[in-house]
Write a protein that binds this ligand. Structure first.
Ligand SMILES: Cc1ncc(C[n+]2csc(CCOP(=O)(O)OP(=O)(O)O)c2C)c(N)n1
Ligand SMILES: [Mg+2]
Length: 272
């Protein structure tokens, strides 16, 4: 990627983090860590990869995104607002009475969301179904699905992966957010699902390992994924939970944490 493109993505990622942290501080609490670990990937997907039309959100030839780890909804809301799916002012209604932005992704409430999620383990099955349906309709739309590393302890994830491999779904990209942490402990300490790369390769995937905060690596991975035929691609992202702000980055306590006015002030200072 050239310097100009890289600089643009870095600026967009700062804007996304700013909107995100202002939204969370306004509510005062929420899923901080797992949102910040995928926010750079979302910037890449929405600004370089996915074919979407904010003015025509249900456009049938769009690419689909399923955030199977649905608690990271707020990161997605920041991106959807930036892209113009809805007004940025709506971000301040996050998880309040009557909002269109609940803490977990809801396709019936939020413009631009393709699948409801939050009960971990289920979203990938829906994404696999979407990919099969698109192929049956001879559409060239692609389906992207983000799965958490802790979420990958769910058996249903492996059923869906196995089926995606057996169906040779080359219109599906499974993105594993391997931040090494889950709700209150390290993933390896509870039920180690690594190594993702060897396991997914055995399930019939083309596997690409990346640093999920490095736009050049994301660019190479998603470019390569489009060239792979007759099998799905897995982009295994090594990420840092809470990436970007020192009050939360890499801390086990960042899963669902309070955000004080001081936290917001320090976060905004770090972005400046
Ligand atoms: C079926 C189910 N079990 C438990 C939960 C509660 N829960 C929400 S997030 C989470 C941890 C998920 O860890 P991971 O997938 O690694 O997410 P991240 O680190 O990205 O936040 C758990 C256990 C849930 N939402 N759904
Ligand atoms: Mg995790």
């Amino acid at each position: 990627m050239d310097e100009r493109n890289l600089a643009e993505l870095k600026t967009l990622s700062k804007e996304a983090r700013k909107l995100f942290i202002e939204m969370m501080a306004n509510l005062g609490v929420g899923h901080i860590g797992g949102s910040l670990s995928i926010i750079d990937a979302l910037v890449y997907l929405y600004y370089r990869e996915m074919r979407v039309r904010p003015q025509e959100p249900r456009w049938e030839d769009r690419d689909r995104l399923v955030i199977s780890k649905g608690h990271a909804g707020p990161a997605l809301y920041a991106l959807l607002a930036m892209k113009g799916f809805f007004d940025k002012k709506e971000l301040m209604t996050l998880n309040k009475l009557g909002t269109h932005l609940p803490s977990h992704c809801d396709m019936k409430l939020t413009t631009g969301i393709d699948m409801t999620a939050g009960s971990l383990g289920q979203g990938l099955s829906a994404a696999v179904g979407m990919a099969i349906a698109l192929r049956m309709q001879k559409k060239d739309s692609r389906v992207y699905c983000i799965v958490g590393d802790g979420e990958a302890q769910e058996g249903q994830i492996w059923e869906a992966l196995m089926y995606a491999g057996s169906q040779q779904l080359d219109n599906l990209v499974v993105i594993i957010d391997d931040n090494g942490m889950q709700i209150d402990n390290y993933t390896d300490a509870l039920n180690a699902v690594r190594p993702f790369d060897k396991r997914l390769a055995a399930f019939g995937f083309e596997v690409i390992n990346v640093d999920g905060h490095d736009f050049n690596q994301l660019d190479n991975a998603f470019y390569k994924a489009k060239t792979i035929k007759k099998r799905p691609t897995a982009v295994i992202m090594s990420t840092v939970k809470g990436k970007g702000f020192s009050f939360c980055e890499g801390k086990l306590s960042n899963h669902n944490m309070k955000v004080s006015a001081d936290d917001l002030a320090s976060a905004l200072k770090e972005l400046a």
